[in-house]
Design a binder for this molecule. Structure first.
Ligand code: HEC
Ligand code: HEC
Length: 214
């Protein structure tokens, strides 16, 4: 296929994907003042990302855990996540190779695209009994895992095994963050399992965006 038509096919698919997957308009994006990025450019850039992040139950190999859900995640947090992969503060090899070449503008555009979806919201009441170890976390991540500020990631509905491995990574120091390394250090393995299960069970929570159909 000639380069020009394959490019426009991709552009078309992405436009369709953006309107089908993220119909919620820019209201939420404008409301929480997320990023100054260009969501249309971000939609094109996000096409490869959806190859992993839009597949339900897609897993990372070695170690084995679910690829994190990005649907409904705070755009500000996504900017810091991508910036941390770029700097090496987060060391996941695939995500590092995705992020190393990104300019700040590119990161902002991708975040702006994801921010066109309404951020995950709290449900009517937290689901289940909160484990004791979670009290300290709720000051930032909310009673049910919906981050109270856009810089704090939403954990509600995230895959439990992803949350667990993130907390172990902070403990080991393979994921560097001044705030979280201290909190994670205080958790036992049982605490980590319990808080991960609790946050993962919260509804409605984060979601896996569907792949555009071809
Ligand atoms: C080959 C599969 C794959 C591709 C392609 C991919 N990702 Fe990821 N992504 C992952 C995995 C696995 C993780 C979890 C890594 C870790 O443990 O830190 C992740 C983590 C992330 C996170 C952090 C989420 C969080 O809750 O902290 C963000 C943000 C992200 N990816 C965005 C993107 C963007 C944007 C792209 C495209 C430019 C992309 N990813 C492409 C597999 C992928
Ligand atoms: C003072 C606010 C604050 C408190 C308290 C706090 N966190 Fe965090 N948490 C953050 C911030 C900020 C980040 C993003 C750090 C980064 O960029 O790596 C984060 C990240 C995380 C992540 C990674 C999310 C992802 O998508 O990769 C997990 C899991 C997490 N926190 C769980 C907890 C747990 C469990 C506790 C309680 C033991 C806790 N946090 C307490 C602010 C806080």
């Amino acid at each position: 296929m000639p380069a020009k038509s394959s490019r426009s096919l991709v552009a078309l698919l992405v436009t369709v994907a953006a309107t089908v997957l993220y119909p919620a308009s820019n209201a939420a994006f404008a409301a929480d003042g997320a990023t100054a990025g260009d969501p249309a450019r971000g939609a094109k850039l996000a096409y490869t990302c959806l190859g992993c992040h839009a597949i339900a139950d897609y897993r990372n190999a070695y170690p084995d855990y679910h690829v994190p859900k990005l649907g409904g995640q705070h755009a500000e947090y996504m900017v810091s996540a991508l910036t941390e992969y770029r700097s090496g503060a987060r060391q996941h090899p695939t995500m590092r190779s995705q992020a190393t070449q990104m300019s700040d503008a590119t990161i902002g555009d991708i975040a702006a695209f994801f921010a066109t979806a309404t951020p995950a919201k709290s449900g009517p009441a937290p689901v289940g009994t909160a484990p004791k170890a979670i009290e300290v976390c709720q000051a930032c991540h909310g009673p049910d895992g919906v981050g109270i500020l856009p810089e704090y990631p939403t954990l509600a509905g995230q895959h439990a095994d992803y949350i667990e491995q993130a907390l172990h990574a902070y403990k080991k120091g393979t994921r560097q963050n001044a705030i979280m390394q201290g909190f994670a250090a205080a958790l036992s393995d049982e605490d980590i399992r319990a808080v991960a299960r609790y946050f993962a069970a919260q509804k409605p929570g984060l979601w896996v965006p569907a792949l555009p159909s071809r």
